[in-house]
Design a protein around this ligand. Sequence first.
Ligand SMILES: C[S@@+](CC[C@H](N)C(=O)[O-])C[C@H]1O[C@@H](n2cnc3c(N)ncnc32)[C@H](O)[C@@H]1O
Length: 229
Amino acid sequence: MRPTLIKTEDGSHSLYVKELNEHYHSTHGAIQESKHVFINAGLKHVMFQNPSIISILEIGLGTGLNALLTFIESKQFSGNINYTALEAFPLAVDLATELNYPELLCDTGLNGMASLTSIFKGLHTCEWEKEITISEKLIFSKLKNTLQKVEFKNTYDLIYFDAFGPPVQPEMWTEELFAKLFAATKPNGCLVTYCAKGEVKRTLKKVGFIVETLEGPPGKREMIRGIKK
Ligand SMILES: C[S@@+](CC[C@H](N)C(=O)[O-])C[C@H]1O[C@@H](n2cnc3c(N)ncnc32)[C@H](O)[C@@H]1O
């Protein structure tokens, strides 16, 4: 069934999935949450180490918000980013293009908005399993598969783990899948997620991550960053 478009408290859209009674983002603010968890605690943390290239794996492309924010951030970065997004149940393009992220995130007037809109649309309309050059800083590809079935050919500096929460999708938060993600993480790489449940921290530790509990985005006390030493 098609998710329903909703507006979160920071004015940015998210989607509500009736069958799961779950949203794609925090209802306190979708952009606010994504920036806090994935960009500030994840991407900026890795950028701080000054690498010439960062490879990112996103679990659950969904609306494409994290990819769009990463594109925006890549403009200030001296190196390059390779972004791979995994998605099992892609959104309909007409629904994805109703999302107000390009409008809210552009900072250079109408031209800026037009280019952000076309980049955002491109994330949703580009071919699966194929590398696309989004800009001179960002190469993007998306894999249409499940985390359970996919076999990663590469390893990653940073994993955006953005599955639906453990109460509604416990099969995404298992030791087996986190061990697979640990194996796909480069040494000194990390995984970030908005979830801070004790059970998730224990599972991440069990598979080998060093777990840091960080302050969460508004409306959530904590979030997790797992480091692979
Ligand atoms: C919480 S939403 C977040 C999506 C996205 N990061 C965003 O900002 O919109 C979780 C996403 O995981 C996808 N998903 C669900 N089960 C999956 C699976 N087994 N493997 C890969 N992706 C899955 C869903 O279709 C959905 O797009």
